[in-house]
Design a protein around this ligand. Structure first.
Ligand code: FE2
Ligand code: FE2
Length: 351
């Protein structure tokens, strides 16, 4: 039996055991056990008296505890623990959070360690988005036109919704280091959805009807979750490592080749795909593929951090991956088989 990184990963380092649950993991109670069900593996946690507590603890997907269960290993979490991620934070955030001088000494390389480990974790979790059966059908090139247009329309609603949560993030941010980045992104991103809307309208009736149908419930829920995350700057910034995953593949020519391929499969939606590509290139030119959390970590070095800040960022990433997965599952509906598709695309890197 193998354990997929999007299921349950855990590792032990002397006194510390951490358990990270991938964003697609479901929790349920079965008799006296808590069942943690992932894409590839299921585990049961006992004893019974701890089940309710476990459910509360791991609802957010991340547990750091001395008494956790088995010892699985996954590269992403391995990096997290090995690099003592829960001990690094960019300089300035600690002061903003009112940290005491007696707190642990900073790791001089902590910013870079944080950046790489965080991006690795986000890449792992973003994979769960592309495990949705939607992508199997989409990449097969046989998806009906109404479904392709519905998908493209959801990208429009997602981008339009970004204006809402980007503004909320600015208005609620009290961190002087983070706020200018949020303001800049809000200003630069504002109105980009129009590009996608015009592309859909240029496709004629199919695009018009998909726009008129409005956002699907999972997309509404996703935008709502981003508005909620906007109340916590680190949680909010933490989401973006997932949107821009994978961090190792990020060139404009890759983007263009990808959308040309999509247009080849679905020529009736060519103008809409071209619009998505134009938007992606515009964001690329604006540097939006640059993850702010990572930039701050690299620019400001590291300082000992309370675990809450790092966990907040990771919880944001997990929430984002979970929400996007639900969007694509919603697009596919229930009628398709649940074949697995691990192909990464940059479709989420367009906000
Ligand atoms: Fe953007
Ligand atoms: Fe944009």
């Amino acid at each position: 039996m193998s354990y997929g990184p999007n299921d349950v990963v855990s590792t032990r380092q002397s006194h510390l055991t951490a358990l990270l649950l991938g964003p697609a993991v479901e929790l349920r109670r079965e008799g006296e056990s808590l069942v943690v069900a992932g894409e590839v593996v299921e585990i049961r946690l006992a004893p019974a008296e701890s089940v309710e507590g476990w459910i509360r603890e791991i609802r957010q997907g991340i547990v750091v505890d001395e008494s956790v269960v088995p010892t699985f290993f996954a590269p992403a979490l391995g990096a997290l623990i090995r690099e003592k991620l829960v001990g690094c934070v960019p300089v300035g955030w600690g002061r903003a959070a009112g940290r005491a001088d007696t707190d642990p000494q900073p790791d001089p390389d902590g910013g870079e360690k944080f950046a790489r480990a965080y991006l690795d974790v986000c890449d792992e979790w973003a994979k769960s988005v592309f495990l949705s059966p939607f992508w199997t059908a989409f990449h097969a090139g046989t998806m009906p036109s109404w479904q392709v247009f519905t998908f493209l329309a959801q990208l429009y609603f997602r981008t339009a919704g970004a204006d809402t949560h980007n503004l909320a993030a600015v208005e609620r941010c009290r961190d002087g280091l983070i706020r200018p980045h949020l303001e800049r992104h809000y200003r630069e991103e504002l109105g980009h959805a129009t590009i996608l809307r015009e592309g859909l309208l240029a496709c004629g009736r199919g695009g018009e009807e998909a726009l008129a149908a409005g956002p699907q419930p999972a997309m509404r829920a996703f935008i709502d979750s981003m508005v909620v995350a906007a109340s916590e700057p680190l949680r909010y910034l933490g989401c973006y490592g997932v949107f821009h995953a994978p961090w190792t593949v990020r060139t404009e020519s890759d983007l263009m080749a990808q959308f040309e391929h999509f247009t080849g499969m679905y020529p009736f939606a060519g103008k809409a795909f071209a619009a998505v590509c134009s938007h992606a290139r515009l964001d690329y030119a604006l540097g939006h593929e640059d993850v702010v959390l990572v930039r701050l970590a690299r620019e400001h070095g590291a300082l000992a951090l309370d675990a809450a800040g790092v966990l907040s960022a990771l919880q944001g990433a997990r929430t984002a991956a979970h929400g996007l997965r639900a969007v694509f599952d919603g697009l596919q509906g229930d009628e398709h088989d649940h074949g697995r598709q691990r192909k990464h695309t940059a479709i989420t890197a367009t906000v």
